[in-house]
Design a protein around this ligand. Structure first.
Ligand code: ATP
Length: 215
């Protein structure tokens, strides 16, 4: 059964760093699908700049041409703060215990994992693939802090095909793209150009709805 990837984020807005991450991880891990799961009100960080409906629509437009990519809107459809552990539990119930799942995380997100709600339960629900990101610390367990370090040392696999439905950690290098949504919002706020940092379909949507144009 080919594995499925789950890629969460605020996507405020979605950009080529996100899309390239999903593309490279799909190839590296042999994923049959990547589910983009925009966060509703993320509990562990400040509120996204714009309404969830806009972030969702930009994700939809960005992935429209890629048959491997799909959107999972469950978190933006919730009124309450959404926790990854709850979304993964629901997904696991839908897909059954045998479906291999890979939660895709950039290195910066992974290094903050120990602050997430019931984070250790995530390993019972999915494998975790951690992807390099410019500016984030190198992915070496020795450089990590406890309690994350012990989980990595226990769970890291040398071959991702040896992973089961859940419980393994895999580190993957991706083409470095130093793009962040924060920088995109800042440039737009100063009336600068963000062309070639995100898809034109997303850029058109941003201008159509006058998003991020005030600082
Ligand atoms: P912000 O600047 O608002 O924090 P962001 O660009 O980091 O946003 P998020 O939606 O917070 O985007 O990120 C979702 C996921 O994508 C996270 O796991 C993050 O580490 C990863 N990610 C985002 N941009 C990149 C990139 N350029 N290279 C690798 N991973 C990335």
């Amino acid at each position: 059964m080919p594995p499925i990837g789950i890629f969460g984020g605020t996507f405020d807005p979605i950009h080529f760093g996100h899309l390239r991450l999903a593309e490279e991880m799909a190839a590296a891990l042999g994923l049959s699908r990547v589910l983009f799961m925009p966060a509703g009100q993320p509990p562990h960080r400040e509120a996204p700049r714009i309404a969830a409906a806009h972030r969702l629509e930009m994700v939809r437009r960005a992935i429209a041409e890629n048959p491997l990519f799909a959107v999972d809107a469950r978190e933006v459809q919730r009124a309450q703060p959404s926790y990854t552990v709850e979304s993964l539990t629901a997904l696991r119930d839908e897909l059954g215990p045998d479906q291999p799942l890979w939660l895709l995380l950039g290195a910066d997100a992974f290094l903050g994992l120990a602050s997430w709600h019931h984070w250790q339960r995530l390993f019972g629900l999915a494998n975790i693939a951690v992807v390099t990101r410019p500016g984030a610390q190198l992915l070496q367990p020795d450089a990590m802090q406890e309690p994350l370090k012990s989980e990595v040392l226990n769970r890291q696999v040398a071959d991702h095909t040896a992973a089961g439905p859940a419980g393994s950690v895999w580190f993957q290098h991706m083409t470095p793209l130093e793009i962040s949504a924060t920088a995109i919002r800042d440039i737009l706020g100063q009336q600068g150009s963000v062309r070639y940092l995100l898809p034109d379909t997303v850029l058109n949507y941003i201008y159509e709805h006058q998003l991020y144009l005030q600082t």
